[in-house]
Structures are given as structure tokens and as C-alpha cells.
Design a protein around this ligand. Sequence first.
Ligand SMILES: [Zn+2]
Length: 158
Amino acid sequence: MTFTSPDIPDHEGFAAPVLPTGESAPSAAAFTKTFVGYQAACSCGWTDRRRFPATPEGAKETEYRWWSRHAAPLIAAAPPGELVARSNLLCERITGLAAERPLAALALLSQVESWQRTLLDQAVAQARENGASWAQIGEAMGISKQSAHERFRAQVSS
Ligand SMILES: [Zn+2]
């Protein structure tokens, strides 16, 4: 049995049997009769530290742990798929426009830039206010913690 969410398709959670040596079996497929408990684990390599009894109830607990400790924070940090699709479409359309009518593309791009910069500053300020670290902000933007801090510290007070 695996745990999945359509919002994070690359992650598949499972109850990993814990071996008597204290190691967790690498996957649900490596199931062994000599296991002594269950740990929540994910196909990405994440493993929960907490161990549950080797019972059906213990296995059920790992599903809750996978959701609360691993899946929920990832889902919270992932942009809605529908908006990602719209953003990709906008990029494609402007690429086409730039080839056919470059001046029209320039006018549109400078309009996008004007609200994009404002929204970026607002989102960073809000993330800091909600307690996000510079490392988390950098990770969300695909840049380093240092780059995020250098780029936004002037706009954000803390
Ligand atoms: Zn995962």
C-alpha cells in the first residue's frame, strides 16, 4: 500500500518495515517477516524518525505521519498546477508574439515586469512575516539562501 497525492506526483509514501538492526527496509517491496516496527518513508528518500509498532495500526500511523510531516509541507510550498500551466502558456504565447510582432511583445513584457516585481517583493515580505527562513525563500525561487537574502533584504525589514 502506498500513499500518494496528485499535487506531488514524484512522491510515493509507504510504511517501511524496520529491521531488527534498527535499519529501515529500503522499500515496501523489501518486506520481510523479521521486521520489528514501521516507519513512514517516501520514494524520494525521506524517512520519518519515529517508529511505530509492527501492527496494522502501526502501519496506518505511518500514513498519517507521511501526510503531516512530509506531504503537507511540500503541497503548501508547491504552486497550484493550474497557475503553473497558465504561466507556461503565457510564456509560450509571448515567445510567439516576439517572433511575429516584437514591439507588441515588448509592450506586454514591460507590463508583466511591472507587476511581477511588485508581487515578488510582496510575496517575500509575506513569507518572512509568516516565519519563512531565507533558505526556504531561496528554495522556493530556485536560488541560494545567500542570493535570496542579498536580493530582498533591502525591501524586507528583517
Ligand atoms: Zn517524498
